[in-house]
Write a new protein. Structure first.
Lengths: 116, 110
């Protein structure tokens, strides 16, 4: 099956710093990538939809200036958590699909962010 | 927006017992997907159901899509400790994004 690589797997940072998370599709071109956030024992909450070459579409309640998404190529999307605070601590997971509609998602391994 | 309700939230079973999780939507779904997330891991795609009344099997797992395409279920026969994890149903919107149910966390006692 298709492989999605996500780095880093975990990161600990000080409050006020910015953290960049990378998501790469290794063996296919991902027209669309999705960024999810998951708190302990909760479901995956969609944060934004990222399309190559265009601005990301953010879900209601997600601050676009706080969570910067860049999808510079068909194989790479990045999420930058700017000026991180302890409440941003969470598990962030990216996923990719080869087509737009009704395609199964291939997930990265996730990034556990802890903000001190 | 579209939403899907998933129950139960948790299920503890003895190894060998059966397990079922249900997803319900107030609107008709074009399709529904099921994922499994092991503790500490990421979701892994299990199956997609598209047709009304569809039933698909994967070894001990049976997936059903309701006749009205508003509900779906995942049934595991004779659970094993390797079945432990959280099972999510997910529906895809017409813009391609996937909306996840709340998930059912399965614990299996050996």
């Amino acid at each position: 099956g298709a492989v999605v690589s996500q780095h880093p797997s975990w990161v600990i940072c000080k409050s006020g710093t910015s953290v960049k998370i990378e998501c790469r599709s290794l063996d296919f071109q991902a027209t669309t990538m999705f960024w999810y956030r998951q708190f302990p024992k909760q479901s995956l909450m969609l944060m934004a939809t990222s399309n190559e070459g265009s601005k990301a579409t953010y879900e209601q309640g997600v601050e676009k200036d706080k969570f910067l998404i860049n999808h510079a190529s068909l194989t790479l999307s990045t999420l930058t958590v700017t000026s991180a605070h302890p409440e941003d601590s969470s598990f962030y997971i990216c996923s990719a699909t080869r087509t737009v509609l009704n395609e199964k998602l291939f997930f990265g391994s996730g990034t556990q962010l802890s903000v001190l | 927006g579209q939403q899907v309700m998933q129950i139960p939230q948790y299920q503890h079973v003895q190894e060998g017992e059966d397990f079922t999780t249900y997803c319900n939507s107030s609107t008709t779904l074009s399709n529904i997907q099921w994922y499994k997330q092991r503790p500490g891991g990421h979701p892994v795609f299990l199956i997609q159901l598209v047709k009304s009344g569809e039933v698909k099997k994967q070894k001990r797992l049976t997936f059903q899509f309701g006749e009205a395409k508003k509900n779906s279920s995942l049934h595991i026969t004779a659970t094993q400790t390797t079945d432990v994890g959280t099972y999510f149903c997910a529906l895809s919107s017409n813009t391609g994004k996937l909306i996840f149910g709340q998930g059912t966390t399965l614990q299996v006692k050996p």
